[in-house]
Write a protein that binds this ligand. Structure first.
Ligand code: NDP
Length: 273
């Protein structure tokens, strides 16, 4: 008896997850999809025809977004590696993984900070991103296609007065370049997105003191919107499969690199995202 293509594909990739999904439907996972860049990217991917799995901790925000855009939601903490591995098992084949979940802890300099600032930043921005990539990669390699999009930052490429956050994003930068080398010949693409200032809830999380938070949020310049950033991600995703967009750096026109400083009073209150 002739077996259906869907049946064969399910069997090849060992997943019941394909049942109910069309053969041509592309699948994306977006971490940190409950706000900002992640929420906008999830929406743009849905609008582009993807079946989107939106991941974050805040169930209420995810439900609201799912009701608005029509995506599948997964309430989980990306720093819980076992949960991320289980998610990959559950979702199965993924065409695009957007490792976007991230944060900054910017109440002060490294010397003024806490151990928790360091561990939360590294656990979320670096370790969780690597674990998620490791979780979803084998199926991509097996299939000979897939795309890992990682949210880095201008802070990972240029000096800014935020040692821990900058270090975490610098790790993302090197992870992307080395992963791309590891994956040569597999058909799997890797893209690093390095934004400057994007108008999101980033500083609501990064700065706890209300007055400093208000100052941090008021950059006084025309910032990139989350949707404009998401459109950039969609561009990288939708170029033909034989092209890999390695890295995209984008900043508001009015923002530029920190540059050299001879001022002893440079503090973490400077623009650091
Ligand atoms: P937001 O604070 O708006 O969004 C961060 C997202 O990450 C939220 O959806 C949050 O969801 C999620 N998240 C954080 N920690 C976890 C966790 N442990 N598990 C699951 N989800 C988590 O900020 P942005 O949209 O600005 O940030 C998105 C990415 O862009 C980050 O990696 C950030 O470093 C990067 N970036 C941002 C810039 C900016 O100017 N805004 C500039 C450069 C880079 P929840 O709390 O519900 O779990």
């Amino acid at each position: 008896m002739k077996r259906s293509l869907l049946h064969e594909r399910n069997e090849r990739h060992g997943g019941e997850h394909m049942i109910g999904a069309s053969l041509t439907e592309r699948v994306a996972v977006v971490t940190g999809a409950s706000s900002g860049i992640g929420a906008a990217t999830a929406q743009r991917l849905v609008e582009d025809g993807f079946r989107v799995h939106a991941v974050a901790r805040r169930a209420d925000r995810l439900s609201q977004i799912a009701a608005e855009i029509g995506c599948v939601t997964h309430v989980l903490d990306v720093t819980e590696s076992a949960a991320v591995m289980a998610l990959a098992e559950e979702v199965g084949n993924v065409d695009v993984l957007v490792n976007n979940a991230g944060l900054g802890r910017m109440d002060g300099t490294l010397a003024q900070g806490t151990l928790d600032d360091i561990s939360r930043t590294i656990d979320t921005n670096v370790t969780a991103l690597m674990v998620a990539t490791m979780a979803f990669l084998p199926a991509m390699i097996h299939r000979g296609s897939g795309h890992v999009v990682n949210l880095g930052s201008m802070a990972g490429l240029y000096p800014l007065p935020s040692a821990t956050y900058g270090a975490s994003k610098a790790a993302v930068h090197r992870f992307c370049t080395n992963l791309r080398l590891e994956l040569r010949g597999t058909g799997v693409r890797v893209t690093e997105i390095c934004p400057g200032r994007v108008a999101t809830e980033f500083y609501d999380v990064a700065v706890t003191d209300p007055q400093r938070r208000a100052q941090s949020k008021d950059s006084g310049i025309k910032e990139i919107t989350a949707y404009e950033l998401a459109d950039t991600i969609l561009y990288a995703v939708n170029v033909p499969a034989h092209i890999n967009i390695n890295r995209i750096e984008l900043q508001p026109t009015e923002q530029t690199y920190g540059g050299m400083s001879f001022d002893a009073a440079v503090t973490a209150e400077d623009d650091i995202a």
